[in-house]
Design a protein around this ligand. Structure first.
Ligand code: PGA
Ligand code: ZN
Length: 429
């Protein structure tokens, strides 16, 4: 028997972009406790759950989270204190009911998620289990294939490429630790290539390089060059994964590529992806089409869905209803999972399960604004999802997740298995 929730405390802290965010600490009657911090996106989907900000221009440019904190103390805590610490689904449902809106706009998804994850952490602590084991059904042993964002553009790096994320995936590595090492070597090779080419090596929000003046396919060429320069075979050992975040490029049904000086129709954008698929070793494409372009998504999936992982982020926003619609329409074959897009741990686990039942993959993801919290590292192992996207192997808020996965792999010892490239193809096996 897990003891009951004794207290819930929230505070304002900073994220990696110098914006405030919320941290929540939960204590159980046994004395066990858990804490978490909530991340924040920049290229947010229009349909995401609401991140409650104060809007008080005198504090943090309006981005304070004191209202969300007050909602934790005044509304959520009185309801959940006294509930059993391991009643995760009941606690989450109680908060959903208290909020009463479809998008958690009253209490704030940041307030609700902070409590949700802190409760799980406290219950895991009381059970004497690491979070990845507490959240798992059976014995979790699968370490994920990491998608590492080594070149940043879009909203994460003003002045860099139109497309947001150019990632590498060590599909051919024997273990997670080796895959991470390979990826770090490619990261440093890219740094050297940029430096030798006279380009700045400044970093974007997710720790990847953000060189100015590059066309989108110029960035692809650099990434392939870096993989080769580090001594790895593009495709077989290290594949490429992309998140162009096209919702940010779309207006009135057209896609504007400012760097190339071109505007594409949805059909032309699908053609571009098909062309890139021939030219480059791309294993995964996220948000290849915009969040409301269902026709575009269907035609992209019909054209390339048998060859690559097509991940929906802004279109599905970790929402079971939208994922179900995507499955029905055959709009994709994979979903990006962000806890704060939906706002509770229970709904996040439900989203992963829904995708899995349809043979879709799930990619567990950080946000561009992060903290040192490592919940997603435990979550990807607990669910056996096999895929994580958590930025470049640089900057503390990104390395915290990779370092946590290294610790889990070490703890599992001989029982640890590494997903590698097989994680990408389960939906199309
Ligand atoms: P965000 O970007 O965290 O800024 O929304 C990440 C993504 O688009 O996947
Ligand atoms: Zn995305």
């Amino acid at each position: 028997m897990t003891s009951n929730i004794a207290s819930v405390r929230a505070r304002e802290i900073l994220d990696s972009r110098a914006n405030p965010t919320i941290t929540v600490e939960v204590a159980l009657e046994s004395g066990a406790g858990g804490a978490t911090a909530v991340p924040s996106g920049a290229s947010t989907g229009a349909l995401e759950a609401v991140e409650l900000r104060d809007g008080d221009a005198k504090r943090y440019r309006g981005k304070g989270v004191l209202k969300a904190i007050a909602n934790v103390h005044d509304t959520i805590a009185p309801k959940v204190v006294g509930m059993p610490g391991d009643a995760q689904r009941k606690v989450d449902q109680a908060m959903i009911d208290l909020d009463g809106t479809p998008d958690k706009g009253r209490l704030g998804a940041n307030a609700i998620l902070g409590v949700s994850v802190a409760v799980a952490r406290a219950a895991a602590a009381e059970a004497g289990k690491p979070l990845y084991r507490y959240l798992a059904d059976g014995e979790p042993t699968l370490l994920p294939l990491p998608l590492l964002n080594i070149l940043n553009g879009g909203k994460h790096a003003e002045g860099s490429t139109d497309f947001q994320e150019f990632m590498i995936a060590p599909v051919g590595a024997p273990t997670f630790a080796e895959g991470l090492r390979w990826s770090v070597e490619v990261y440093h090779a890219l740094e050297r290539i940029l430096h030798e080419g006279g380009r700045p090596t400044t970093l974007g929000d997710e720790g990847g390089f953000a060189p100015p003046g590059l066309a989108n396919d110029g960035a692809m060429d650099l990434v392939v060059q870096a993989i080769t320069a580090a001594g790895y075979a593009p495709g077989d050992q290290i594949a490429i994964a992309l998140d162009p975040a096209t919702s940010e490029l779309e207006s009135n049904g057209k896609y504007e590529l400012t760097r190339e000086g071109s505007t594409l129709t949805a059909d032309e954008l699908v053609d571009l992806w098909a062309d890139w698929c021939r030219r480059y070793p791309i294993a995964s494409l996220e948000d290849g089409m915009a969040e409301e372009d269902w026709d575009g998504w269907r035609s992209l999936n019909a054209r390339l869905g048998d060859r690559m992982q097509l991940v929906g982020d802004d279109i599905f926003v970790t929402n079971v209803e939208r994922i179900r619609e995507g499955i029905r329409q055959e709009a994709a074959n994979s979903v990006l999972i962000k806890l704060n897009q939906i706002g509770t741990l229970t709904e996040t686990l439900d989203a992963i399960a829904e995708a899995s039942r349809a043979g879709w993959t799930s990619v567990i993801s950080h946000r561009s604004g992060e903290t040192e919290d490592t919940t997603i590292a435990d979550l990807v192992v607990a669910t056996g999802a096999g895929l994580i996207k958590t930025g470049a192997p640089a900057r503390g808020e990104r390395t915290a997740k990779y370092n946590r996965l290294l610790a889990i792999e070490a703890e599992l010892g001989d029982r640890a298995r590494y997903a590698g490239g097989s994680a990408l193809v389960q939906s199309r096996a």
